[in-house]
Ligand binder design. Structure first.
Ligand SMILES: C[S@@+](CC[C@H](N)C(=O)[O-])C[C@H]1O[C@@H](n2cnc3c(N)ncnc32)[C@H](O)[C@@H]1O
Length: 282
């Protein structure tokens, strides 16, 4: 079988499963061959070893079962950096890059102290560490397996020594370190799906990404309503809390901030959906 024949067979197999079967087939074959799509498309008449065809067709079968392509390749790009991802972590989303962008606008100190709550793959903490080499960063997660992946990603990007990875619930781990009123910026992309909406999530998300990374109580607000008062204890005056929010959550989340906060900005994503809330502690 040559490259063209393998791609055409895989595209047929994926046709009813994904919106872009041809592109996914090309991506998976490039991954199996350890090359990139442009090389692949310039060599469509090259023959393939049977063993490679078997590995490729296995990956297509996994995709047909709904496994996200990123969990097959083990990779996802975030702000131009590549991250290892496994089913222990949420796959970083492009809209979460806005959290990093907004946090960078809020941080003016030369050696800031920053917390990433719910670090998952570490994408936010690591992107901040790369952009702010002088920063002291705490990356917290309740999931120890997620922290393992985040540590690997930090080492991969050469920022392991800039980030302290801490296991625990919300900001509890920095309370133990006595960081009250010492943090310049707290960033978070917390879980925000309600238990009620969870069953109707896309199959790739519902069946493959960690439920702990997705669901936050009956209304999706469980983490926001605990994090906002906790964040106040740890931020310096004028410190910022930068959080991603779910679809249609702007009013509910903004309503959780009391008069001792100033909502500085609600940033929309490329689809015009309010996506990031930036609030400042008075
Ligand atoms: C939506 S994911 C975000 C992951 C990553 N920051 C990103 O943007 O791709 C939320 C993360 O919060 C963690 N988490 C959930 N509840 C938590 C809690 N109570 N305390 C700390 N982390 C929590 C989950 O394990 C998950 O890694």
């Amino acid at each position: 079988m040559n490259v063209l024949e393998a791609l055409s067979q895989a595209t047929d197999l994926l046709r009813d499963e994904t919106p872009d079967p041809k592109q996914e087939a090309e991506l998976l074959l490039s991954f199996v061959l350890g090359t990139n799509r442009s090389y692949l498309l310039a060599h469509v008449y090259d023959g393939l070893d049977d063993s490679l065809v078997a590995v490729f067709l296995d990956s297509i079968r996994e995709r047909r079962r709904g496994k996200p392509i990123q969990f097959i390749t083990g990779r996802q790009d975030f702000r131009g950096l590549e991250f290892e991802v496994t089913p222990d972590v949420l796959i970083p989303r492009s809209e979460t890059e806005l959290v990093v962008e907004e946090a960078l606008k809020c941080i003016h100190e030369r050696e800031p102290t920053v917390v990433d709550l719910g670090t998952g793959s570490g994408c936010i903490a690591i992107a901040l560490a790369v952009a702010l080499p002088q920063a002291r960063i705490f990356a917290i997660d309740l999931s120890e397996p997620a922290l393992e992946i985040a540590r690997k990603n930090a080492a991969w990007h050469g920022v392991f020594s800039h980030i302290q990875f801490l296991s625990g619930d919300l900001l509890g781990p920095i309370a133990c370190l006595h960081f009250e009123e010492k943090i310049d910026c707290i960033v978070s992309n917390p879980p925000y799906v309600s238990e009620r909406d969870f069953p109707s999530l896309q199959r790739e998300v519902r069946d493959w990404e960690p439920k702990l990374a997705l669901v936050a109580g009956n209304n999706g607000l469980a983490i926001y309503s605990r994090l906002i008062p906790e964040a106040r204890k740890f931020l310096k005056t004028q410190g910022s809390l930068v959080m991603e929010i779910g679809f249609n959550m702007k009013d509910e989340v903004c309503g959780l901030f009391g008069s001792e906060w100033r909502i500085h900005k609600v940033r929309e994503d490329l689809n015009g959906i309010p996506r990031v809330v930036v609030a400042q502690k008075y």
